[in-house]
Write a protein that binds this ligand. Structure first.
Ligand code: GLN
Ligand code: ZN
Length: 758
């Protein structure tokens, strides 16, 4: 009998109930007791949705973040929240977001750093450690949830983050080595496991996804030490790995002294046979066969065909599960009543994925006949998708086939281009610009919503957006900026805006996924070959350019960013979808150029975050990602200036690829690093123009002229002044005009000072 279980369920609720409860609490509109009661309801609903499983995850629910939960369980809190008044939950939210609820006084502290959870778009709060960090068990949250589950008759399997991955995710706040803390950490894990066993947990899922990354010898050794220490404990441990293959860590993972191992059989199907060979006879193997990172139906017959021999070998030792926690997919497809019915029939969200798991287990345990109808229905959906004309567009496929290296090549090298561009644009030294968006005011949002709900006609909507654009242009002229933008008033989101206009994309209504805390994103669904039925931005930009004699930047989102912020096809490599997007963006670039737009910016905010977990796979990703950008951008004349923007500052290990993109100007985030992050550009002798951000747009603080001059002076020590631009770190859509205007006044004044000094 194969057993079925789950690694984690989305905690936000089908209608984002958690978000609204969190935010009501933070605003002081709800008490802690009310928040906890809503959380309890959500847990009960989630367990009910998983009632067909043999083992149900408990402790995967979180009021903010599962890594922060683990820090609290281990008693590892930053010293800055010690001794503050209020409840433990107040402190929890202080670490999470700098403050708790409105009515618990402003014990504002700086929030913990947030970073991406492996290669997902989920952000966790980075545990902070120092040489002096001590740990002390606080198991109340987990034991409380376990008791709650047991009272509801749930076959509970507590979920925790394993000790090695916990340290791997942590960051030293001094020059110590976090691995040295392992010996202090393990006794706390031992106590925790004892308590869980005492409370009746037979199995505990211990997540160690660090095992799918490249590990140094000391980290591998830490796994040995940790699990040889923990093996004396009573609950059976299911060691969970996910998000990739084990590769050189496979033997290590198979041989750790635990009762079971979970592997990701979506990303690592080819490796499963090897795991079966290596895994000692007494261990359970949990095979993650349902994709926890994407929204497509599983091809059940295909999985069964592959799984059957494995099931035969393993018998009772086989468990089935999704590949990873379902945290990364939306909750329930049943909510999507408006979605195109063809496409809907191809999808499965968290709830539907668990139903697939049940069918698989029944097919294996009871024979295919027991679920013949379900398998047939699934096969019909798979066939409908595979054969659909809506998915496959032969013209697009042949265009991608015909791509040659020449398509990504500018006519002349940068030095020749820049001379022509300077003559044409006639820009001063230290030209000033912004990154694209201006404040998305409540009025803009209201108008867009009214238009979406068809409460106002298209003509009214267009007129209001034009008025916004005109206002943005007038403000920029008053400020004296050199290169203007239209302000992106008409854009809800930099990816959604393009997805909505491209063939091959659909949008869900409730397909939310947690990004961090109460913030959820609704990734568009890239389901088919991509094409651009008509120009997407040209009218807006042409209108903006008509208002001014200053150069106006055409503003686009690049193919890699559109891809990385979408749910994408699993029936072709990501690189193929990216090249299709590149061809569509290229058409837009050429239309803008033909419309007389002399500067075109193509944002690649998410290029870096698409990097694979393993460094050995970076090159192949960067090759097709950079090629996609080049195809999108580089089909223009020498005189047309291409900008790109990236809102991060770690370029150390990808500088060569960045240079190969060959954008005439790159604007990046640098203000918080004091321009030190330009070192890598200097060392590499990065040849093109750079606009290092001079102030942090996330903060309401107004930078002074002196601060900006000082930063740019540091920049000019690294990059020749002729190649420097002056601009903020990123777009200004989240700010208010009363913050934007003084900040930009000072930016322009600083550029003036710099020019006079040059
Ligand atoms: N052009 C976009 C803006 O200004 C860029 C945003 C981003 O990089 N995240 O909003
Ligand atoms: Zn940015």
């Amino acid at each position: 009998m194969a057993l079925i279980h789950n690694l984690g369920y989305p905690r936000i609720g089908a209608q984002r109930e958690l978000k609204f409860a969190q935010e009501a609490f933070w605003k002081g509109l709800e008490s802690e007791a009310e928040l906890q009661a809503q959380a309890k309801n959500l847990r009960a609903e989630n367990w009910a949705a998983q009632s067909a499983l043999d083992l149900v995850p408990v402790g995967d629910f979180s009021l903010y973040d599962q890594v922060l939960d683990m820090s609290f369980t281990l008693g590892n809190l930053p010293a800055r929240v010690e001794g503050l008044e209020g409840s433990e939950l107040d402190n929890y939210f202080r670490v999470a977001r700098g403050r708790s609820a409105k009515d618990s006084g402003c014990h504002c502290v700086h929030a913990g750093e947030m970073t991406k959870w492996f290669d997902t778009n989920y952000h966790y709060i980075v545990p902070e450690v120092t040489a002096g960090t001590t740990f002390a068990l606080n198991a109340d949250r987990l034991l409380g949830q376990l008791a709650e589950a047991q009272a509801a008759g749930v076959p509970a399997k507590p979920v925790i983050i394993g000790p090695v991955t916990y340290l791997w995710l942590s960051k030293e706040k001094d020059d110590s080595n976090r691995l040295d803390l392992l010996s202090a950490l393990l006794p706390v894990y031992s106590q925790l496991l004892e308590k869980l066993a005492d409370a009746g947990a037979e199995w505990v899922q211990i997540d160690e996804p660090a095992l799918v990354t490249e590990l140094d010898a000391d980290w591998k050794h830490a796994f040995e030490t940790a699990y040889h220490t923990l093996k004396a404990n009573r609950p059976k441990l299911l060691l969970a790995t996910y998000f990739g293959t084990l590769q050189e860590n496979l033997q290590l993972a198979c041989n750790l002294p635990v009762a079971g191992l979970h592997v990701d059989a979506v990303r690592g199907r080819e490796e499963v046979a090897k795991v079966v060979d290596w895994l000692p006879q007494h261990k359970v193997l949990s095979v993650g066969v349902i994709d926890g990172r994407n929204i497509w139906k599983t091809h059940l017959n295909g999985v069964l065909e592959w799984l059957n021999p494995i099931a035969g070998k393993l018998g009772e030792r086989l468990w089935l599960a999704p590949s990873c926690s379902l945290l990364h997919v939306p909750v329930d497809l049943d909510s999507e009543v408006k979605l195109d019915s063809d496409i809907r029939s191809w999808l499965a969200f968290a709830k539907q994925k668990l139903a697939e798991l049940t069918i698989l287990a029944r097919a294996i345990n009871e024979g295919y006949d027991a679920v013949a109808d379900d398998l047939a229905a699934n096969q019909a959906a798979i066939d409908s998708r595979t054969g659909s004309e809506r998915v496959h567009n032969p013209a697009v496929k042949s265009e991608v086939q015909n791509i040659t290296a020449a398509l990504g090549q500018r006519q002349s090298p940068y030095a020749a281009r820049v001379a022509k561009q300077r003559t044409r644009l006639n820009l001063p030294l230290y030209p000033t610009t912004t990154i694209g968006s201006f404040p998305q005011t409540p009025e803009i949002r209201k108008t867009r919503l009214a238009f979406k709900k068809q409460e106002i006609p298209a003509a009214d909507y267009t007129a209001s957006m034009k008025a916004e654009i005109e206002q943005a242009v007038r403000e920029q002229e008053k400020l004296g900026l050199d290169v203007l933008v239209h302000g992106e008033a008409e854009r809800n989101d930099m990816v959604e805006y393009f997805g909505e206009q491209l063939d091959g994309y659909v949008f869900s209504q409730f397909g939310w996924v947690q990004s961090y805390g109460s913030r959820c994103v609704k990734p568009p669904i890239l389901f088919g070959d991509i094409s651009r039925p008509k120009a997407m931005t040209v009218d807006w930009i042409k209108y903006a350019q008509s208002l001014t004699d200053k150069p106006m930047k055409g503003m686009l989102t690049g193919p890699v960013t559109i891809l990385n912020w979408s749910f994408v096809r699993d029936d072709q490599p990501r690189s193929q979808s990216c090249l299709q997007l590149a061809l569509a963006v290229r058409q837009e670039v050429q239309d803008l150029e033909a419309a007389g737009v002399n500067i075109i910016q193509i944002d690649e905010a998410a290029l870096r975050e698409g990097l694979p977990l393993r460094r050995s796979e970076w090159k192949s990703y960067l090759d097709w990602a950079v090629e996609s950008f080049r195809i999108a951008a580089n089909g223009v004349k020498d005189e047309t200036q291409i900008h790109t923007h990236m809102c991060y500052s770690e370029f150390n290990d990808i500088i060569e690829s960045i240079a190969h993109m060959d954008a005439d100007v790159i604007t990046i985030e640098t203000s918080r690093s004091d321009m030190e992050l330009l070192d890598v550009f200097e060392k590499f002798e990065y040849p093109n123009d750079i606009g290092p951000g001079v102030y942090d747009i996330h903060s309401p603080n107004i930078p002074s002229v002196e601060q900006i001059v000082e930063l740019m002076t540091k920049a000019a020590e690294r990059i020749p002044a002729e190649r420097l631009w002056v601009n903020p770190d990123c777009g200004l859509k989240t700010r208010q005009w009363q913050e934007v205007i003084p900040a930009l006044e000072n930016t322009v004044a600083a550029a003036q000072v710099l020019r006079e000094r040059a």
